[in-house]
Design a protein around this ligand. Structure first.
Ligand SMILES: [Zn+2]
Length: 283
């Protein structure tokens, strides 16, 4: 049995470049979700060609109901909708052979298209044990804590550079070069799909040799290890006021709070609550 989990976001998909494409309710979004679905489908084909026996696709953007499921390879299962305890990596279990992230993006506070971490409304930057972290650090780190390797990720060049720094053994597929937050030099979506299919096939074929990596912060020699101290810079003082009400959360400054966690699951759960609260504390 070779189980592969493929989590798909929208911001790092080839030819997705502007805010409207990530927000429901307009024609550009309808186009972007088709591009997202096609890259997910390419990854599914690659996974099965590489020897996967079970593939689950996890819809991981915004309301988490973006993929046009009827257009996906019928061999794959799909996890969609929210709220979910493990959010962008819902469905992961220790018996998975590997995780693939398609269409992901750079961390909040860093360069890259659509750079954000969990919530662009709530969070300006998140540090774990002093290192700036993003969604890949958090979810890839959680998978590592279960013994599941991060096999491959795709997105823009800035995102791929982050992944290469934090998970050096993980394959990356760069489908566009970020020019700025909402501008990119993109591959043809067709070319991007071909690259993704090939690279996922190769990564899944080699899963037995893949290393389980705890993400390595910039400048450090060792991966992030428990316990974790999270420092969260939020976008407004009002959000920090609200988040400080949570048990165990410490106020470090006008727009900074902190908490400690025994493992990555606790980090994910606390940040999920903070993200939801942050959304309701918009001024
Ligand atoms: Zn997203």
């Amino acid at each position: 049995m070779t189980k592969i989990l493929i989590s798909v976001d929208i911001e790092g998909i080839a030819a997705v470049f502007e805010r409207q494409q990530a927000v429901r309710g307009n024609p550009e979004y309808e186009r972007a979700r088709r591009l997202m679905t096609a890259e997910a489908d390419a990854a599914v084909r690659g996974a099965f060609a590489g020897g996967a026996t079970e593939v689950t696709v996890v819809d991981s953007h915004g309301p988490m109901g973006n993929l046009i499921t009827e257009d996906l390879d019928p061999r794959a299962r799909v996890i969609c909708g929210r709220a979910r305890p493990l959010s962008m990596i819902q469905g992961i279990t220790p018996d998975h052979a590997g995780v693939v992230l398609i269409g992901w993006h750079a961390s909040a506070g860093e360069y890259g298209q659509f750079a954000h971490t969990l919530s662009s409304q709530a969070f300006r930057r998140i540090r774990l044990n002093g290192a700036v972290v993003g969604e890949t650090t958090l979810y890839g780190g959680y998978a590592a804590s279960l013994g599941v390797p991060l096999l491959l990720t795709s997105g823009d060049d800035r995102y791929c550079a982050e992944v290469q720094a934090q998970f050096p053994a993980t394959a990356t597929v760069c489908v566009k070069t970020a020019i700025g937050m909402f501008a990119a030099d993109c591959l043809s979506p067709h070319r991007a799909r071909d690259l993704i299919e090939d690279a996922v096939r190769t990564a899944v074929q080699g899963h037995a040799q893949a290393r389980v990596q705890h993400p390595v912060p910039a400048g450090a020699d060792v991966g992030l290890l428990v316990p974790f101290r999270a420092e969260v810079e939020v976008t407004t003082q009002f959000i920090a006021d609200g988040l400080s009400l949570l048990r165990g959360v410490e106020r470090l400054g006008a727009e900074t709070v902190a908490f400690t966690a025994a493992d990555m699951r606790e980090v994910l759960q606390t940040l999920a609550v903070m993200s939801l609260m942050g959304g309701s504390l918009q001024q």
